[in-house]
Design a protein around this ligand. Structure first.
Ligand code: ZN
Ligand code: ZN
Ligand code: ZN
Length: 138
């Protein structure tokens, strides 16, 4: 499996197992967010749901991937590009869902600061914009 996934696992102090390598490799290969189902479908040697679930949970906890709230309440995951750690994730970027190809991407655009009513305190912000992506609009 890829050298990149090996190195990432090492950087994030995760034991390198074939399953972890394979799932991470898939994230590196695709540059868009993946759902649980996408991962199960794309990985050939049928990983069971529990293994995929556990691996994603580990990656999330370590700051390797983050949750992407897709439309219709479905959940996807994408690699973190910034310095996220076990202590927490540090990004508030916009996600963009293409209505043509169905891919959801992390955009290098910050979620605008929203003024909340008195007494409300935000801990997390998710912004999903839908439309046509760069590739589909060509
Ligand atoms: Zn992150
Ligand atoms: Zn598209
Ligand atoms: Zn993202």
């Amino acid at each position: 499996m890829g050298i990149m996934s090996e190195r990432l696992l090492r950087d994030f102090k995760l034991r390198s197992t074939p399953n972890r390598q394979e799932i991470l490799h898939l994230f590196l290969l695709r540059n868009y967010a993946l759902s649980h189902g996408d991962i199960e479908k794309e990985i050939e040697n049928n990983l069971d749901r529990v293994t995929v679930y556990r691996t994603l949970k580990t990656f999330l906890d370590r700051g390797l991937i983050h949750k992407v709230l897709d439309d219709e309440g479905s959940l996807k995951y994408a690699l973190c590009k910034e310095a996220c750690t076990t202590a927490g994730h540090h990004h508030d970027h916009v996600h963009f869902k293409c209505v043509q190809c169905g891919q959801t991407n992390c955009l290098n655009v910050e979620v605008p600061n929203v003024r909340l009513p008195k007494g409300y305190r935000a801990t997390e912000a998710n912004l999903l914009i839908q439309g046509v992506c760069e590739r589909c609009s060509d």
